[in-house]
Design a protein around this ligand. Structure first.
Ligand code: AMP
Length: 289
């Protein structure tokens, strides 16, 4: 804790409605600041990021912004759960110091003409199955970094490709911020926590943990010497048998550069990645080999 800083001693969470309010607040703290960007509809996975942030900084600033530029025209931007009063209470109860709540107008003043595009590592996984999604993420996160001037920022490994993209543009653009990845927080039955889990019916919620079970089975099989292509095809078929409507991808990739791996047990850090549709929800997960 920064003992010289009155703001930290004040237990009330600060609400920061504009980029100027955010910048002024961060500048006034005179302490190490962590930023945790979210789209709200908060759950224990988000809180694990807030707790990790506390380990790395004196002041924790969360942001909630449902970012329109990262949703495709047929995606769930309108339907995305918005639970702002519950979110505020949860953040405050967990000792978050400030909450940044910008408007769409403040984030994207018209006419808005700038893009941030990260090449290569966005051509696969969610970058491929959700065209434009990673560009929208890169844009909004760049803006949040520049607006806040935070020292560190925390992101979940659940969105592993997103984490890779953020690390890449931070390096490429010399943005002075440390990016920290936080392991995926799971329900007791293994399902990765996600705001979109609310879309699941009771029956779908029973089926959903099959996603993580299947990833675990893939890892076990590959470690025992099974072939990657056959194992991924088997896993994809298993998910559909269990009730998933379709599988966008189920692949093993190099953890560093997201290059597809097709041979035997990789000798480099690798992960199995999956995205699959269950009812209204598109669920993603990944697991280290
Ligand atoms: P979102 O609100 O879904 O955009 O997520 C905001 C941040 O929380 C991102 O960095 C996500 O990767 C992270 N996050 C979401 N779900 C989890 C989870 N189950 N465990 C850890 N981090 C998560």
């Amino acid at each position: 804790m920064c003992r010289n800083c009155e703001i930290i001693l004040d237990k009330t969470m600060h609400l920061l409605p504009s980029p100027t309010a955010l910048r002024d607040y961060v500048a006034s703290t005179n302490a190490k600041v962590a930023l945790v960007p979210t789209m709200g509809a908060l759950h224990a996975g988000h809180i694990s990021l807030m707790n990790a942030a506390r380990q790395h900084a004196d002041v924790v600033v969360a942001s909630i912004f449902v970012n329109p530029t990262q949703f495709g025209p047929t995606e769930d931007f309108g339907a995305y759960p918005r639970t702002i009063e519950d979110d505020k209470a949860l953040l405050e109860a967990n000792g978050v110091d400030a909450l940044y709540l910008p408007t769409v107008e403040a984030m994207y003043p018209q006419p808005f003409r700038t893009q941030i595009r990260v090449n290569d590592i966005t051509n696969c996984l969610c970058g491929k199955s959700r065209p434009g999604h990673m560009d929208g993420v890169a844009l909004v996160v760049t803006k949040l970094f520049l607006q806040s001037g935070a020292d560190v920022a925390l992101f979940g490994e659940k969105d592993f490709q997103q984490l890779c993209v953020i690390r890449q543009f931070v390096r490429d653009l010399d943005i002075p911020i440390e990016v920290i990845g936080v392991p995926t927080h799971r329900e007791a039955d293994g399902l990765a926590m996600s705001s979109r889990n609310r879309y699941l019916s009771e029956n779908e919620r029973h089926i959903a943990p099959t996603l993580y079970e299947t990833l675990q089975q893939v890892v076990a099989k590959i470690r025992q010497g099974a072939k990657i292509a056959e194992t991924c095809a088997w896993a994809s078929a298993q998910l559909q048998e269990k009730g998933f409507a379709s599988v966008d991808y189920l692949e093993i990739r190099d953890e560093k550069n997201l290059v597809l791996l097709e041979e035997g047990l990789p000798h480099i850090p690798a992960r199995v990645f999956v995205a699959a549709r269950l009812g209204r929800a598109r669920l993603i997960d990944n697991l280290a080999l």
